[in-house]
Design a protein around this ligand. Sequence first.
Ligand code: HEC
Ligand code: HEC
Length: 501
Amino acid sequence: MRRTILSILVMAGLFLSSATALAAGQEVEKLYQRHCTACHGEKGDGDGPAAYLLSPKPRDFTRGVYKFRSTPTGSPPTDQDLLRTLKHGVPGTSMPPWDRLSEKELTDVIKYVKSFSDIFADQGAMEPPIAIKSPPRLTKESVQAGRKVYKEMECNKCHGPRGRGDGPSAAKLTDDWERPIRPYDFTRGPGLMKGGAAPQDIYRTFMTGLDGTPMPSFIDELTEKQRWQLVHYIQSLSPAGTKTTAPESTPTLRAVKASVDPPLDSDDPVWKQSPATVVPLRPLWARDTWVDSVKVQTVIGPKMAAFRFEWRDIRGNDEVIRPRDFRDGIAMQYIPQGKPSDYVGIPFIGMGDDKDVVTIWHWKADWEADMKKGFRDVVQKYGVTMDRMTSPADHTSDRIYLAGLAAANPLSTRQHSTPVEVLAAKGFGTLTSLSATDQTVEGRGVWRNGVWVVVMRQTLDSAPALRQRKILPVAIAAWDGDAGDRNGQKSVSQWMELTIE
Ligand code: HEC
Ligand code: HEC
């Protein structure tokens, strides 16, 4: 009798512990699905629904080939390596830093990622990490010696004589997945180094190589002294004054209340009251230039909510003259019913679902240019010239601008009554423009001295969540026409919290 009770208890205990293990497994799977599937795919094969938008492609975990390791070529990375990659993200690519996940969540998701490949189960494949000592001091002499090592090792064949990533072999390189790949241009500064930019990181990169890419390991070729000389030379190629940057973290946006409604004029004093948040953006399609950050401000007046965006752009592209030309743009999206904790930290591609509908305000430079052409006559009636209309130095009032827009609409070639398109999405590939009656977001953009400033606003009646909610999930995207951006080719932020006072 006692034995039966005991065995029942033991069995119940076993059942319970496997049930908790199962539940924990499901938790981790959910975590992976929520944060990683869009890019890396449900099966970990790098073929998620967003993968077609991305370059470089997301890693195929089933292959077990990893770039960022402290272990020798061909050996799997350590958990510590994977943790470093997750915390740091892969700069210059769509892979964001996962700073909003807890240490436990990171450890769990790493275990899940490893389960896609047998390479981690094979103890024989595991080689210990290489030892990295603390770096010696950088001197003029060590840099000079490093320059010689760089040439002797033929780093210049790929990375170029001056480290600009333009060596004779550079154009022909492909990765293990047969996709073109470029050697790093060291003059871009340390902030975009994928493997990290601290002296120890650079040392690790060329000692272990980046598996799956033409970047080889030089572990057998260099003395310890030469290795650090090489690190110093690479550091010396970064533009003066650049520091190794800490991993970027997800910022928070703050809206302030104002007693007057915010105007479309981006120079209005109301914007001085509102704190600006610098939001880092990542290119979905890696290239030389992209909109890498946007300054965002939010003001909520008695009847209107407005957002002001400011970003650097060497050339303002507001005209699409030839089919191959692309235009600049900025989009802000929020989830009126969304819980920020479900979203914050996740990149914004492929988001939204049946219950959490995403609302998008997309300002388009070419739409605004079209409209301005259309209201030339109206502007002249007010006695100002088009030049002055587009010059912010002259605070031509919103009244004229808006009157121009209203009057111009029937004349406009494209029938836009505002340069802002309002769209909605309920998950990946469901983006749709709202009906004409719901196109109620106003906007105005000004480009001067290599900077775009755009204000978008809407009445609180049309955007009740901005009045009612204290906190909302918000994300930003930007298009740089010069860089060929269009549609899905853009740079994006992660979801952030917008807190409303
Ligand atoms: C927006 C797309 C995107 C999302 C979401 C994303 N990744 Fe990535 N990830 C990438 C891309 C792109 C690369 C390849 C970068 C490269 O090769 O330079 C990458 C690479 C990696 C690597 C490879 C590092 C190496 O050493 O080769 C790991 C590990 C990784 N991601 C883990 C994750 C995990 C875990 C998640 C979810 C928590 C995640 N990623 C979410 C795009 C994404
Ligand atoms: C056969 C061509 C080739 C040679 C030779 C080569 N590299 Fe590379 N290197 C690459 C490629 C390609 C990448 C980019 C990999 C990527 O983006 O995933 C790279 C990346 C790097 C990075 C990483 C930058 C980052 O994003 O973290 C460092 C550091 C580096 N190389 C140093 C060197 C040094 C030092 C030498 C000579 C000792 C050298 N490389 C020789 C092709 C080469």
